[in-house]
Design a protein around this ligand. Sequence first.
Ligand code: NAD
Length: 547
Amino acid sequence: MSDLTADAVATEHPGASPVGGNPAAPGGGRTVAAAVPRSLVDRLATGVTATAEPSVVETVAPLTGERLAGLPQSTPADVEVAFQLARRAQTAWAALPVRRRAAVLLRFHDLLLKRQDEALDLVQAETGKARLHAFEEVLAVATAARHYGRAAQGYLKDRRRGGALPVLTHTVEARRPKGVIGHISPWNYPLELCVGDLLPAFVAGNAVVNKPDTQTALTGLWARELLIEAGLPADLWQVVIGDGPVIGPAVVEHADYVSFTGSTRTGREVAQRAAARLVGASLELGGKNAMLVLADADLDAAAAGAVRACFSSAGQLCISIERLLVHRSVADRFLERFVARTRALRLGGGLAYGADMGSLVSARQLETTTRHVEEAVKAGATVLTGGRARPDLGPYFYEPTVLDGVTPEMAVCGEETFGPVVSVYRFDTEEEAVAAANSTPYGLNSSVWTRDLRRGRAVAARLRTGTVNVNEAYAAAYGSVAAPMGGMGDSGLGRRHGAEGILRFTEAQTIATQRMMPIAPSFGLDDKQFAAVLTGGLRALRALRFK
Ligand code: NAD
């Protein structure tokens, strides 16, 4: 599919001299040790449910490789205790009017905006991402807090429904909290995917036992403190920390509902465990997201949008773009712009604004990224820019990388890299572009660029992804918190945001009150007469277009 002929685009190869590579952002800000002092770690660690003499697990700051925190590890027995405490707290919380619970979210919104620098320091220290990308998390969480703080009463209120017998049956659909939610979250967006996803669960009247990824647990623990300051009863949010394959299943074992964000592989396992217990689960999983640049797209805007979409959080964003599908007639001009912008991105790790891209989170992410690029190059792909690690900046830095000439047998073509690597493909017809976009088992996010908005939305409707952005790549749909967000196919089950994002944390309960006569032969009618009367009634309701 791809046959780069763009003379305009100079190519670089891995291992080439760093000259011409992405510049380092000017240093600045405080050191990780100053921003996350021992006293802060010790205070936050008291929020973990763990026995008196827990074993301690160490984390490192990806930006520098220095020791970040020692955190107590929970055991499966601690998970049981966490559920007991949460269950006890949930009863009183659920008895409060929704209005009172929603007020906690709105106070949390204000506190978060006021104290955002503390959150940004922690997110950067734990993930290594650039401060601007950490701010995207603050933005997303504040938006969710405002939305559910304002809209929860509407989502959760009792609703009159048509009764079995018009007038005679009074029927109400009510929403009850599930109870205690088991929430398992990954490391890539530790604020958003931890507290952001929990806000609708709390306002719906639930308690939560949360297992964050150990690497990013401090951020969630900090958010918990802030939510308690905003009025959340302390026991309502329990945090357990530990090895995923041990503590994760223990959480699923006790939960009344499971909310999981992570890889498709782990998601399948979580779903099986939840299914065996007959509890529901929402699964927000991986993706291999495509961006389509149609022939009439604004190429400058598309190139700028692609840079944001491919390299935000160094590509460790579930809705980031890893496949660029470009109409052949504009491919060279688009690539010229896109590659130039990518080369200009400043890499850096200061705890201050200024860098355009930060570090990968771990040796594992660096290994996958390096392997995908090296294998592709060995099999004939071309590196248009990037393609190498940058140990001069920090242990896990990797340059934003654009690949061309990628073919289906290369892992980078179909597997999620979850790093700053994007492959370019060309297409001739819309049909071909839609088929290519839909060609992976995933279905999380996609993007269409065109000056013809009607056409953009028509193409969007043909893409099998839970969100599609027209003339944006991910932020428009993700930021529309009143509308659902989630994956089709291997990208998951269920949705966050909007009505689905809160109703998943509730059970529907129908309360029907029968008045004056039973739904059975009465008033001296025998069975046959009763059946005849009801048959007439059914015909009348159909004729009256009764719903
Ligand atoms: P992961 O599946 O390895 O881990 C996610 C969480 O599950 C962690 O807390 C981990 O400790 C825990 N876990 C590990 N094994 C478990 C088990 N057997 N049972 C229960 N829990 C277990 O994923 P990751 O590498 O941390 O995260 C990256 C992945 O998450 C990517 O695939 C990315 O696309 C996906 N993701 C999806 C979304 C979305 O909204 N769709 C958002 C962010 C990340």
